[in-house]
Design a protein around this ligand. Sequence first.
Ligand SMILES: NC(=O)c1ccc[n+]([C@@H]2O[C@H](COP(=O)([O-])OP(=O)(O)OC[C@H]3O[C@@H](n4cnc5c(N)ncnc54)[C@H](O)[C@@H]3O)[C@@H](O)[C@H]2O)c1
Length: 345
Amino acid sequence: MNSVPIGVIGAGLIGRTHIDRALKQPGIELVGIADPSEEGRRMAQSVNVPWFADDDALIGSLKPRGVVIATPNATHAGIAVQCLQRGTAVLIEKPIADALDDAKRICDAAVAAKLPAMVGHQRRQNPIMQRAKQMVMAGKLGRPVCLTAMSTWLKPTEYFETTWRRSKGGGPILINLIHDIDQLRFLFGDIATVQAMTSNVIRGFEVEDTAVILLRFRNGALGTVTVSDTATAPWNWDLSAGEAERFPKQDVNSHFLSGTEGSLTLPRLDYWHYREGKGWHDELTEERTALHFGDPYAEQMRHFRAVIEGEEEPVCSADDAMRSLEATLAVAEAARSGKEIVLPE
Ligand SMILES: NC(=O)c1ccc[n+]([C@@H]2O[C@H](COP(=O)([O-])OP(=O)(O)OC[C@H]3O[C@@H](n4cnc5c(N)ncnc54)[C@H](O)[C@@H]3O)[C@@H](O)[C@H]2O)c1
């Protein structure tokens, strides 16, 4: 297997996960890390790869075939466009950007460079999500009717010592909800309209700490999503699915999908349907599928390599991630204006 050289830009919280997965992934060689901080320099030293203060220096010196961009949201577009223009494929952490015109610049740069631009909506690469998608596509739910997603948990006080997490674009809508929106789009398709309310009454920061959202999907299904980073609660994909070792797994469901023929809960994959009869007086059957564990961050790294090599199409392209960003920004706009926001087709 060819070894594909990749760099990691931004060695903070999630950058360290990418560094770990890159080091472990057969067929990938981690060639360098760019992060201006002292921690970034120490990280590069600890894994014995060259350190650079920024992406420009890393690309100029190493010319990797791909880079993972795991820097603050507002820096994604500048770095991604520069990397693409210099001939490097990108795996950009979510959100693709914090503004739509920046996301569009990335999509355009990828087309101009004829290079892949992928976005790190890693939940799509979880085997649970892959199975759920198969079940929805196979018609096990029948016609999609409605869904409910919970994204509630408690972030510790230290998390907010980093200024950008208290400022516009750094709140749970763009940091967390965008994962759920992307996940729900992956399962039920595009969103047509959005309504929402937000609150910052508990933490009192410029950004929201809590939001409730109403979604209308293009296929006619309706959805509700609750997001909060200030609630002591387990109903959140990162806790329920146990994707990352830094979060203790909780044995609960957080996402509930219903259709005319059945319902599916995630991540436990409880499938509810009628075997005989079909109505509220009949007996409902519950089936549960226990899947082998799959690490979506490792799978994403494997996939990035395959995409760079032209062997696979991105599971989440920049264009697709821009649609998730558009729906997520519409949540903020709906809450600000008090109006229903209609998304472009
Ligand atoms: N997919 C996921 O599960 C997941 C989880 C957490 C964060 N994220 C996303 O990853 C990104 C980073 O979040 P984080 O929590 O790791 O942030 P963080 O603040 O912990 O780390 C960001 C790092 O980027 C570095 N940096 C800043 N500007 C840079 C630049 N121009 N060039 C190189 N390095 C630079 C900082 O020094 C810092 O070390 C955000 O977009 C966030 O939304 C994704």
